[in-house]
Ligand binder design. Structure first.
Ligand code: ADP
Ligand code: ASP
Ligand code: MG
Length: 460
């Protein structure tokens, strides 16, 4: 069971989580728990590290540390209802906050922030949360211990910020955590792991979902549950469309497409480990535990709802590569892709018309500058005549395995957008036919999501 940042945002919520866990434990369930950082803490750590690497202000570090300490002390006071356990917990937290403060002051003086130090700093959110959740469980009379991802056995490569777990992790986790099942509730930090040199790595933002499914697959769990503050996976982001509904059941493939295409509700790699042993994944609401939520399973139920959900990816940019010299020039696409790969740029969408005179790519906005520079320098204006770009775009995707082989879905999508006067800049449909994704100007994006949600009657 994984609890997201909103589920453990403060002492009351952590206590609620501990009580929930106690109930399942007493019901005979053998549990492993993954916790995120207390809500907002990871952002705070990253912003502060960035800020002080530029300003060098030690006073800023001191202020941040004072707030962070207060936030965690407050949580301990409410969540841990035993004086002895409270002192144990405070001692653990003090030690970690002290290390963090030293690291941040180091960054002030060095004035540099490497990917490795970003991972180290951001790991403190979960490293402060796990002891509190664990002590809260203990204070309810249930045995529990906390572990970092690395201590639990998750070993990754050294791709800081987006590290990949190595195969041996599955064996290590099984060896370390399985013997404790049923006796003690292990609370593991989400998001973070370590490499072979025992240096902290992270699995990417929102990585706790991924941690939970790695642990679940390693111990061959019966189910992997992700507890959040929403009613499961919904037909679209409920912040965009209020009438969004919870989807009772969805396939692995659909859930993966949704997460790749921006549904922030799941880390994009969450489903991969679950697939190994076909472990069902449930997404549930921490604050309404009796609500079923969403069940993610291997089978694809081809139901009448051809489209299951609509998603939006903002903060992307479009790059257009054009030039008459590209027509029939074998290897141009390969050169573009390998150039971007070497520049560390991830490509989200690709489209090339059969005229071959231009190619359009969508990348994360933060990669735009390096992407454009890399392509311009690789081609030095032969073959490719012009590289232009646009930051003011978003990707919208409609997802559903049911659209595979059903004619007219694309027609319906684009007809509805046309009627609303929304201009479509680029279109892509993978041959999996599980999603149709397209690019619109950022100012049209919310409206596009609303229109399609209505068009496919997803609120019914
Ligand atoms: P966690 O607490 O596990 O970190 P997140 O905050 O990462 O949870 O994910 C839940 C958030 O995802 C919701 O607040 C919601 O705004 C957003 N979201 C985006 N798309 C969807 C969707 N299709 N279904 C549910 N939530 C979504
Ligand atoms: N705390 C991390 C983040 O904010 C990981 C997570 O919450 O899943 O990205
Ligand atoms: Mg998340």
């Amino acid at each position: 069971m994984k609890f997201g940042g909103t589920s453990v945002a403060n002492g009351e919520k952590i206590r609620h989580v501990a009580e929930l866990l106690k109930r399942y434990h007493e019901n005979g369930d053998e549990l492993i728990v993954v916790t995120s950082a207390l809500g907002g803490v990871t952002d705070g750590l990253l912003n502060t590290a960035n800020e002080v690497s530029l300003s060098g202000k030690v006073s800023h570090v001191k202020e941040f540390i004072a707030d962070l300490t207060k936030k965690h002390y407050d949580a301990i006071h409410v969540a841990v209802r035993s004086d002895d356990l409270r002192s144990v917990c405070i001692e653990a937290i003090d030690k970690r906050i002290d290390e963090l403060e030293k690291a941040l002051i180091g960054i002030c003086y060095l004035g540099e922030l490497t990917p490795r130090s970003i991972d180290y700093i951001s790991s403190y959110g979960e490293r402060l949360a796990a002891p509190i959740v664990s002590c809260s469980i203990c204070s309810l009379g249930v045995d529990s211990a906390s572990f970092t991802g690395g201590e639990a056995g998750i070993i990754t490569d050294s791709n800081y910020g987006n590290a990949k777990p190595l195969e041996e992790s599955y064996y290590r986790v099984h060896e370390r955590l399985s013997p404790l099942l049923g006796k003690s509730i292990s609370v593991v930090t989400g998001f973070i792991a370590q490499n072979h040199q025992e240096i902290i790595t992270t699995l990417g933002r929102s990585g706790s979902d991924f941690s939970a499914s790695i642990l679940g697959a390693a111990v061959k769990a019966d189910e992997i549950w992700l507890w959040k503050e929403v009613h499961g996976i919904m037909t679209t982001d409920p912040n965009i469309v209020q009438s969004a509904r919870s989807i009772p059941q969805i396939s692995y493939i659909e859930a993966m497409e949704l997460s790749y295409f921006g549904a922030k509700v799941l880390h994009p790699r969450t489903i991969e480990p679950a697939i190994r042993h076909r472990i069902p994944v449930r997404v549930k609401n921490t604050f309404e535990p009796d609500f079923e939520g969403t069940l993610i399973v291997a089978e694809q139920k081809q139901i009448e709802d051809v489209v299951k959900a609509v998603t939006l990816i903002s903060r992307v940019a479009l790059i257009n590569i054009a030039g008459a010299g590209m027509v029939g020039a074998i290897g141009t696409a390969a050169r573009v892709f390998s150039t971007l790969a070497s520049a560390g740029v991830n490509i989200i969408m690709i489209s090339q018309g059969s005229s071959e005179a231009n190619m359009t790519l969508i990348v994360n906005e933060e990669h735009l500058e390096q992407a454009v520079a890399a392509i311009r320098s690789e081609f030095c204006n032969n073959v490719v005549g012009e590289v232009s770009y646009d930051r003011n775009v978003c990707v919208v995707a409609v997802v559903g395995a049911g659209m595979n082989g059903i004619p007219g879905v694309a027609g319906k999508v684009f007809h509805a957008l046309g009627n609303a006067g929304i201009n479509v800049i680029m279109i892509s449909q993978g041959s999996s036919q599980h999603n149709i994704s397209f690019v619109v100007s950022a100012s049209d994006s919310i409206e596009a999501v609303r229109i399609l949600h209505g068009e496919f009657q997803l609120d019914r």
